[in-house]
Design a binder for this molecule. Structure first.
Ligand code: ZN
Length: 147
């Protein structure tokens, strides 16, 4: 053991710091990014299938930028169905943002922590189970009212 102090200071980046929160955050970020890539890939493949002369320009835009927001502008029903992919992408982006801000895993409605189990299944959940159910019930009610 020689000059342990100075060596330690230099090697601080390589030293494995056992910090559960950090490890968890990193794992979550990787999981979310992977999910993001998956969805994007899936969406891209669907878009290619829907490509026609009329929407060629639109499809090219999406494929170039990975920006699915133009899908909403499309008159094409098949393309509009891709909106669900877009919603999921937005959810993932929100989760990534929350992770950065340190508010990840906290229910947007009641402010309680979302259970670990739930986040494992739905890493981009922004509501706890109770609030999610409440939200779904509310939107169902809204649909009924609108009809
Ligand atoms: Zn809640």
């Amino acid at each position: 053991m020689q000059k342990k102090e100075s060596k330690k200071a230099k090697k601080v980046e390589e030293t494995p710091i056992v910090d559960d929160a950090k490890v968890r955050e990193e794992n979550l970020r990787n999981l979310l990014l992977e999910k993001r890539r998956e969805i994007l890939k899936e969406a891209m493949e669907e878009i290619k299938r829907f490509q026609s002369d009329e929407n060629k320009q639109l499809v090219e835009t999406v494929l170039d930028d990975g920006d699915l927001s133009v899908v909403d502008l499309s008159e094409d029903i098949s393309l509009k169905q891709l909106s669900s992919h877009r919603e999921n992408l937005l959810k993932i982006d929100t989760a990534l943002q929350k992770l950065k801000e340190g508010t990840y895993g906290i229910c947007e409605d009641c402010g309680e922590e979302i259970s670990e189990k739930r986040l494992e299944v739905m890493p981009f959940a922004i509501y706890c189970r109770d609030c999610q159910e409440k939200q779904e019930l509310m939107s169902k009610l809204e649909q009924i009212v609108e009809q």
